[in-house]
Design a protein around this ligand. Sequence first.
Ligand code: HEC
Length: 374
Amino acid sequence: MLKLLWLAPITLIAFSSSFLHAEVPHNLRPLPIQMPFFLESIRKLQPYMISDEAFSNPANAKAIQEELNNLKNISRNLPHDKLLSQPVLRDSAAKLQNHLGELADNFDVSRTYSRYLLNSTLTACSTCHAQLPQQGHPLFRFDADSLKGSDFQRAEFLYAIRQFPEALKLYEKVLKNPDMQNQKMRALDRGLAIHLLHEHDPKKAIAWVKSFPVRHDDERALSENYLRYVNSLKEVKIPKIDAATSAQIAAFAEEMLNSPDNIARRLLASGVLHDFIQHQNTTKRKVNAEIYYWAGVCDRPLQSSFVFSLVQDYFETCVQAEPKSVQAKKCFEGLEEEVLNSYSGSDGTSLPADEADKLNKWRHQAGLKPKKYK
Ligand code: HEC
């Protein structure tokens, strides 16, 4: 792998399809240099993600450890990449870097734990990707047939690497398969995430839910719920990211979150907030604390893992953006709740001392008096 890293300064054009199991089309745009390497490396690891047997087989141990070391090396400079220098993206990069270090170092210690870490890598990839503005077609056209596993497993892999058209086709197969009951809701949600969070396109979201076949009462109930969610977007006016003010974006988020159970409205709000935040470099606009507040509130129920969740980072960025303000105090409350929730056990909350110190540091920045946490 180190050999490959020497290639780092060259442009994407050098990644031909002989290197990647994917085609690189002509519409090149800037990409963090690590991404093609990540893609190739996790593609090689994918057969082990889906099979405990293959992962634990001693005959594969050397190859797996080498590939895990590769991943760790690739992520070495990730938080310093220029394209990832935005607030929150930076935090996400650091989380993936820590995670990949832990993964490589734990393979020899515990197979069970390291396979769990390996599989959650995909969540780390998609959590960061969910913060990014949609920029047209995928850069790589990935060969879905080169992946192992069920339709659902392959769809999840393709979703994580932003190959949305290919992922959608496989989620559709899951929805049409009468035997896949327990994966249907997840598949529906993923389709909605692609159309709303990434593409901001309610029409496509409505068509997506309508394409879901209804064969019995369970499916009918699910379909009716989701239709209600997406139909509520018909009249919605989505603010233009380049022209809108912070106040307009915040008002939009507040309106969408008026019905907190509606996943479609939440995904759309989340996508708009992320795009607004990540566009601040190009539009030279300063994003205010309120926007970060809404991003934190909005993403809370959407997070699929505490470890990679960026909700705390949104609340922290909010406090930093306008220290000691009313907004900062609201964001601190959100942060405190998140941290306490992540540590609460059956016997109530027991917070490690360093977490309590961290909270008190944020209290200070938000203009609140210190508190003794137990
Ligand atoms: C800290 C944020 C971050 C993390 C974590 C991250 N990426 Fe990315 N990724 C990006 C950015 C930024 C882009 C560029 C998106 C664009 O311009 O469309 C990107 C794009 C990609 C693309 C190209 C998608 C396309 O349009 O075809 C692939 C493939 C990719 N990443 C793979 C991965 C994999 C695999 C992981 C996990 C091991 C990962 N990424 C983790 C930020 C991240």
